[in-house]
Design a protein around this ligand. Structure first.
Ligand SMILES: Nc1ncnc2c1ncn2[C@@H]1O[C@H](COP(=O)(O)OP(=O)(O)O)[C@@H](O)[C@H]1O
Ligand SMILES: [Mg+2]
Ligand SMILES: [Zn+2]
Length: 289
């Protein structure tokens, strides 16, 4: 056989193999209709949310809430209607970052969420407590119940995206969110110095077990931009996130710099003023509205 013929034959075989694999994958997809979820709870009649996206991290302090706010702002700027469900009941920080003071009101048994200046709807334990720093002393199951109510009893209206700030770990709250809310997928927030291997694996395992796709990884504190020459300095060393993401088949969809401006905006409730483009890449990982 000539070289050309050999190549043609190899290509033909590869094509046939790919076709066979596709047929098999399609068949597997057909064989497994999505099981009805016995834990699912229904929202009220005023709530029509196209996509529920969970924002998850392996541990606290990696900037999960900051990223949630920045993402909401970016989506809102693109013209999508966005809400944030702050499921971090014991450490709520979304209203403080976005400068939301309280809920809009109540309507019978239902809660009308608070709203930022640009119209991002927000519900958080902070908005229901008298003083913002009143300590939360409830235990797990009660807290999980509140999260469920934030879905069933809040008038979300028509939303393209509802972002859920999920507390880290594998406790009652994350479990409740994944079981009870129709989560389309999760975005994982990590930092370069966290044990990415373990965290990615843990989140990956949990999401897989719950049948929830991981849409992508956002690395926060990824680098610092030199104010003089604009060079990106990886202060925490070379990021290992790409390798692990590739191994798990998850895209790294955005890298957020460690930036004093972001911290200042978050700490003064002005996250809506975050300069454009910080998380623009993350939008590509979102399901289309
Ligand atoms: N990229 C960043 N640059 C500077 N400060 C940040 C950045 N991301 C988060 N922070 C700050 O770090 C602190 C922790 O962030 P936060 O979003 O509350 O973390 P988490 O929700 O994961 O516990 C906040 O004070 C926040 O303003
Ligand atoms: Mg937080
Ligand atoms: Zn420089």
């Amino acid at each position: 056989m000539s070289e050309d013929k050999k190549v043609d034959a190899a290509l033909e075989r590869a094509k046939a193999k790919a076709e066979a694999m596709k047929v098999k994958a399609d068949a597997a997809k057909k064989e497994q209709p999505k099981k009805a979820n016995p834990f699912a709870v229904e929202p009220n009649e005023y709530t029509h949310v196209k996509h529920v996206i969970g924002i998850v991290s392996g541990k606290g302090g990696v900037g999960k809430s900051t990223v949630t706010c920045a993402l909401a702002v970016e989506l809102n700027r693109q013209g999508y209607s966005v809400g944030i469900l702050d499921a971090d009941i014991t450490g709520p920080s979304i209203p403080r970052m976005l400068g939301v003071q309280g809920i809009y009101g109540v309507q019978g048994e239902l809660i009308i969420p608070g709203e930022t200046e640009t119209g991002i709807r927000v519900i958080s334990m902070n908005l229901l407590l008298e003083g913002e720093d009143q300590a939360m002393i409830w235990r797990g199951p009660a807290i999980a119940g509140v999260v469920k109510q934030f879905w069933t009893d809040v008038v979300w209206g028509d939303l393209d995206y509802l972002l859920v700030d999920i507390p880290p770990g594998t406790g009652d709250v994350p479990l409740t969110v994944f079981q009870s809310l129709p989560v389309d997928g999760i975005l994982l927030v990590t930092s370069p110095q966290s044990l990415v291997e373990m965290i990615v694996k843990k989140a990956y395992n949990m999401a897989e077990k719950m049948d929830i796709p991981i849409l992508g990884i956002i690395e926060n504190y990824s680098y610092v931009t030199c104010p003089d020459c604009g060079r990106k300095i990886e202060v925490f060393g070379k990021s290992r996130i790409e390798g692990f993401a590739a191994e798990c088949g998850i895209p790294v969809c955005a890298k957020l710099p460690l930036d004093g401006e972001i911290a200042a905006l978050a700490d003064t409730g002005r996250m809506e003023m975050i300069p454009a483009g910080f998380l623009a890449d993350a939008l590509s990982a979102m399901p289309k509205a």
